[in-house]
Design a protein around this ligand. Structure first.
Ligand code: FAD
Length: 442
């Protein structure tokens, strides 16, 4: 630990005012840094700002398209219980003014929660709305011998009417990772006459009335969207790599959903042939195949790359060793509890930037990048990661109730996708959570 006289206040840019950017801004300011948050939308909330708009290219591959940020669809309810999901010291508890008091609420409740968070901690005044960061690059300007490189941030405000070119001591990247789609490779697709789209551009089921829809994927969005669409579509066929090659199962409880193995090939006549040998005449292929990390504004002379969907090298998924601590990322790991993780990462970054943990960090930054694919998938290891972060910043580890509540969710989601949000038995854990919450809510 550094002495209080050696604590430094930095001028920090935060990119994005979603859940990650909001809590990063709060923690940086609490630590005494001056903060500017850049946000290209008109309000806080990031991916939770639902919009009817979709991209002109519904596969989202055209680099010149106007990007629609949100991937949220109309019927979306959270896939985590609200008690686990919220920030540790600003619980996502049921309030008298809750729009949707359910444990797994619909998306407007999450947006309202994030808006409340921004209001409670006075974050909005730190944000430059409708301002897009177009370039982040190392600044030639000297760091005054402090060993922390500076960054040049170029941004455009209000449809490019105002250009800014500024220097910051540090940049915290919180731009979200559910925007740049990953697509399945399908032999024959260039001649297939039907419509292709990515779940990023899915909003409502009604446009699929009487259609035959092939959904690719097995994650939460594939599960939710196939069921959403089945109320309107003639048939829904779900293709997944994770199913054995002979899979052909009618989905329990539905008359028009079938589970298949992966698509083997599609043909000019509109047919899709699965590895199980079945053929359907499809109208639409919907890729529910996830997203890629994407930092179109970031120039680091090759120090940070995205390779096989691994951002790296990054120490503890946060700091690129060669550019630490002036460049950092919040929110890279997945299969996590996003909001509490953002909070811990942000506290750590804020403390490192002020110099409170200088000695430890200088020693450990060297050569500790972790390579490649699945690097950022934490799953069961997430709690060890949170505890490690907590130990760096003098914060208690994850609450037992949060661990016990969240661990079975993944399995329950897979086994009972229709009911896991509305039927549960962990009432005692909910009681424990609300006991803890009483410290923060009146
Ligand atoms: P985002 O919310 O995406 O925010 C990033 C912000 O950065 C945006 O406001 C964007 O406009 C801004 N931005 C990007 N680039 C620039 C730029 N160049 N200049 C200026 N601003 C920029 N998590 C849960 O905890 N529970 C759930 O139930 C859940 N369900 C989900 C369902 C879906 C369909 C998706 C896509 C995600 C879900 N998540 C869920 C994960 C969710 O993404 C995180 O909870 C969290 O909201 C991500 O926050 P973020 O701040 O990292 O990113």
């Amino acid at each position: 630990m550094a002495s209080s006289s050696s604590i430094k206040s930095r001028h920090v840019a935060v990119i994005g005012a979603g859940a990650a950017g909001l809590v990063a801004a709060r923690e940086l300011r609490r630590e005494g840094h001056s903060v500017v948050v850049f946000e290209r939308q008109k309000q806080v909330g990031g991916t939770w700002i639902y919009t009817d708009h979709v991209e002109s290219d519904q596969l989202s591959v055209d680099p010149t398209r106007i990007v629609v940020h949100s991937s949220v669809y109309g019927s979306l309810r959270t896939n985590l219980p609200r008690e686990c999901m919220g920030f540790r010291d600003f619980p996502f508890a049921i309030r008298s003014e809750s729009i949707d008091p359910r444990r797994f609420p619909s998306h407007p409740e999450v947006l309202a929660y994030l808006q409340d968070f921004a209001k409670e901690f006075g974050i909005e005044k730190l944000i430059r709305f409708e301002t897009t960061v177009v370039r982040v690059s190392p600044a030639a300007e000297s760091d005054g011998g402090e060993g922390i490189g500076k960054w040049r941030i170029e941004s455009t405000e209000k449809e490019k009417k105002i250009h800014r070119d500024e220097i910051y001591d540090a940049v915290v990247v919180c731009n979200g990772h559910y925007i740049e789609p990953r697509l399945a490779e399908i032999p024959g697709i260039s001649c297939w006459p039907g419509k292709e789209m990515h779940s990023h551009n899915y909003r409502l089921p009604s446009p699929f009335k009487d259609q035959v829809v092939v959904v690719i994927g097995s994650s939460a969005s594939a599960v939710d969207i196939s069921r959403d669409i089945s109320g309107f579509a003639k048939e829904v066929h779900v293709a997944s790599w994770s199913n054995p090659a002979d899979t052909f199962i009618k989905q329990n409880g539905y008359t028009n959903i079938w589970m298949h193995s992966m698509i083997e090939r599609v043909h000019e006549d509109g047919s899709a042939v699965f590895q199980n040998g079945k053929t359907v005449l499809g109208d639409v292929i919907m890729h529910c195949t996830g997203y890629k990390y994407h930092f179109p504004f970031l120039e680091t002379n090759g120090e940070v790359t995205v390779d096989d969907n691994c951002v790296g090298p990054l120490y503890k998924h946060v700091f690129p060793p060669a550019l630490a601590p002036s460049l950092s990322f919040v929110g890279i790991p997945y299969r996590v509890l996003p909001f509490p993780m953002f909070e811990l990462q942000s506290k750590w970054i804020s403390g490192i930037l002020s110099g409170r943990e200088t000695k430890t960090m200088k020693a450990t930054f060297e050569g500790l990048g972790i390579p490649k694919r699945f690097t950022h998938c934490l799953g069961i290891d997430q709690f060890e990661y949170y505890d490690w972060l907590g130990s760096q910043i003098g914060c208690s580890g994850t609450e037992e109730w949060r661990k016990e509540m969240s661990l079975p969710i993944f399995l329950r989601k897979m086994k009972h996708p229709e009911s896991y949000r509305d039927e549960w038995e962990d009432h005692h854990l909910v009681d424990q959570a609300y006991q803890d919450f009483s410290l923060y809510i009146s």
